[in-house]
Design a protein around this ligand. Sequence first.
Ligand code: FEO
Length: 399
Amino acid sequence: MSLKINDNVTWVGKIDWELRHFHGEELSTHRGSSYNSYLVRGKEKTVLIDTVWKPFAEEFVANLKKEIDLNEIDCIVANHGEVDHSGSLKALLREIPGTPVYCSKAGVKSLKGQYHEDWNFQPVKTGDKLDLGSGQELLFIEAKMLHWPDSMFCYLTGDNILFPNDAFGQHYASELMYNDLVDQCELFEEAIKYYANILTPFSKLVTAKIKEVVGLGVPVDMICPSHGIIWRDNPMQIVEKYQQWADAYQENQVTIAYDTMWSGTRHAAEAIAEGIKEANSTIDVKLFNIGKADKNDVVTEIFKSKGIIVGSPTHNKRILDPVAALVELLKGLRLQDKKGAAFGCYGWSGESVQLLNESLQESGIELINEEGLKVLWNPDKEAREECARFGREIGVALA
Ligand code: FEO
């Protein structure tokens, strides 16, 4: 399959409807994904921007051959070395050895590091241009740490298309291909999940990069990311969303994420939720048993929240595995301007709440109550009232 985007640009990627996990098993992708590769035919030069993930390399090359005589490809742009976009380079360059590969300086390192090949690398930096003929150019913009050191955008003059690689993408398989044709709820659900789970640690760089690209003053008629749909209807809407998401984003929401062994911590979570609602009737309180819920979906809800309340019973003087995995994830995300609190049941030693408090603080989350709430055994009426009081304190702090 290929898709003609306009007279000069053709999508030659792969829609992966089966994908359910990405980055190994780290990130859930309930709606699949796509690896977008674009063939740009200038008047004098033909350029391929990115490839697809290695399992689809043979299929990719075969499809590309249907679209173009491979020898007519003058150069390849590798905007990013991660294997979902570079994974077919080896198969492609076996067919057209010596073809120049334009990438950032860090891209040379990551591509060499992964493929151990000495391809015809042409390192480029921000401001460098590739002349495609008749005045049309491909302008390179380094996008370091969005989300790898090698990440790069490029911009096609004349057609006014931004190719930002992972930025503005979504793990979202759709044959409809364009933002104006797909279900808007699905699209933005996947776009914010992608941002929350992948780009959150780099929010300050996102803000700076958007400022830099907007500062170029070039028109953007289309944004063609490397995953998911193409933004052609008001493409700047996703840029505006990114500006909001990168700026300590929060909705009027609090997420309670817990795990429980014999329902004691669940009962505590529910009583805390009641207390929050009593004190703050407008806030959206969402509860997740992190042992059962998808952790990346929960991260997305946490990203949208003002407050993060985490609970675990004490088990072997520690916290339960699913909660440990969640708080470990939070440490890396470097969320901005969030408040939090910890709670949990115990029978004798009761270390969990202190451990959770430490994890929340290490994640840069401001504690609403520095002690947290420890509940002995399964909460009785009095303990549930204490949980509700704790919830009311949270509700007031998040008002
Ligand atoms: Fe889609 Fe960072 O690779």
